[in-house]
Design a protein around this ligand. Structure first.
Ligand SMILES: Cc1cc2nc3c(=O)[nH]c(=O)nc-3n(C[C@H](O)[C@H](O)[C@H](O)COP(=O)(O)OP(=O)(O)OC[C@H]3O[C@@H](n4cnc5c(N)ncnc54)[C@H](O)[C@@H]3O)c2cc1C
Length: 367
């Protein structure tokens, strides 16, 4: 009756993951993207252990030999340094273009029909409008990123909260000096570094000032200067806006949103891809059961933990007082930092994560 069961608008990580998960449920899937692969985007390029697990569950396998493992997270700032290993597994630094190439290859192998250079210009009840062609579909999935048009077309463009920051990413051709993903906390900005290859690191600056660029910001981080000064860059600087956005609803009628189109957490959490992979499994189950209300419920559950961590980190960004206290408390009680990291990657129950946050709060008060 329809040309396809599921039409996914947007062939970024979320759209491709959703398509693969829907194929696992036996649905016919088409994906359209206005660009051509491999699609690059400013990204910290770090996959946390929970991202890797969520990807594997929907059949995505990323060859480790094309990226680089990291063992945990390290914070530097306010004269302190604290690190913790992941409680299980490992993180994987993976160049964004390589990630996209693998997702495209694996989705194609899974039987997803791809339409590249195909911007979708509108949606109807059971159809999408492609250039010169109307395609009928049972379900429409909006995976068209943070500026989603599908969200607007479906009447889902209502935000419950929003925080915008500006990010710049660049690659440096040097041997990683660390086995951790490192976050350097400065005054009103952070730089984070992900080891992504034996001879390459990915560096991202995030701040609330669009004019602040990486070269100038680096001078504010004396600990980073010896590692990066004089090192050849291996990509151009690429910018992006990162936002913490929560939508009132992520599905309506036969339209569902996924990935950044469905709300996002600040890039500093490194959880955007994980959410997209987890949402993909939830959405595929809901599509197969014709029950988008269930997807909405699961979406809220998936968003809870990253949103909590984003709130903690954005508070540290906004308030020098909180940042000083938090970094000092974490450095004095590395176990507290390790618990927060365990919560961040999903190995604590929500109540335990709240407990770890309160324990950090207490340490900050008594210091
Ligand atoms: C600076 C920065 C650093 C980050 N670091 C990390 C990190 O280290 N780890 C992590 O897990 N996450 C990170 N994230 C988050 C992660 O990058 C995003 O969550 C992820 O890219 C979301 O994927 P997506 O497919 O939803 O959106 P996108 O990647 O934006 O893809 C949307 C796609 O839709 C297409 N499209 C848009 N409109 C249309 C249309 N009308 N028709 C057809 N196609 C359309 C676009 O061409 C695009 O390909 C970071 C984000 C930023 C900004």
């Amino acid at each position: 009756m329809f040309d396809t069961d599921v039409f996914v608008i947007g062939g970024g990580p979320a759209g491709l993951a959703a398509a693969m998960a829907a194929r696992l449920k036996g649905l016919r899937v088409m994906v359209a993207d206005g660009n051509r692969p491999p699609i690059d985007k400013a990204c910290g390029e770090g996959l946390m252990p929970d991202s890797i697990a969520a990807a594997n569950r929907i059949g995505i396998v990323l060859p480790e030999c094309e990226g680089l493992r990291f063992r945990g997270i390290r914070f530097h700032g306010e004269g302190h340094s604290v690190a913790a290993d992941f409680p299980y597994g490992y993180g994987l630094g993976f160049r964004r273009t390589a990630l996209h190439r693998h997702l495209v290859e694996q989705a194609t192998r899974a039987g997803v029909e791809m339409l590249w250079s195909t911007p979708i210009t509108g949606i109807g009840d059971n159809a999408v409008q492609a250039p010169g062609r109307r395609i009928s579909t049972r379900w429409i999935v909006g995976a068209d990123g943070s500026g989603s048009l599908v969200r607007r077309w479906a009447g889902l463009d209502r935000f419950s909260s929003n925080s915008r920051r500006f990010a710049y990413r660049r690659h440096f051709a040097c041997k990683p000096w660390t086995e951790f993903m490192e976050i350097y906390w400065g005054d009103a900005c952070q730089i984070y570094v992900t080891p992504i290859a034996r001879e390459e690191v990915c560096v991202v600056l995030i701040s609330r000032t669009p004019e602040l660029r990486l070269t100038e910001a680096l001078r504010r981080f004396p600990r980073l200067v010896p590692h990066l000064s004089g090192v050849v860059t291996s990509s151009n600087e690429r910018g992006a806006v990162t936002a913490t956005t929560r939508l009132k609803a992520v599905a309506r009628g036969n339209v569902a949103l996924i990935g950044d189109a469905s709300g996002s957490v600040d890039a500093i959490t490194g959880e955007g891809l994980c959410q997209a992979f987890q949402q993909s499994a939830a959405l595929a189950g809901a599509l197969a059961a014709s029950d988008l209300a269930h997807y909405s419920q699961l979406h809220r559950r998936i968003a809870f933990r990253p949103a909590l961590m984003a709130d903690v980190m954005l508070t540290m960004d906004r308030s020098p007082f909180v940042r000083r206290r938090a970094l000092s408390a974490m450095a004095a009680q590395p176990q507290c930092f390790a618990s927060l990291l365990a919560g961040h990657v999903g190995s604590l129950r929500p109540s335990q994560l709240l407990g770890a946050s309160l324990s950090l709060g207490w340490q900050m008060i008594v210091r």
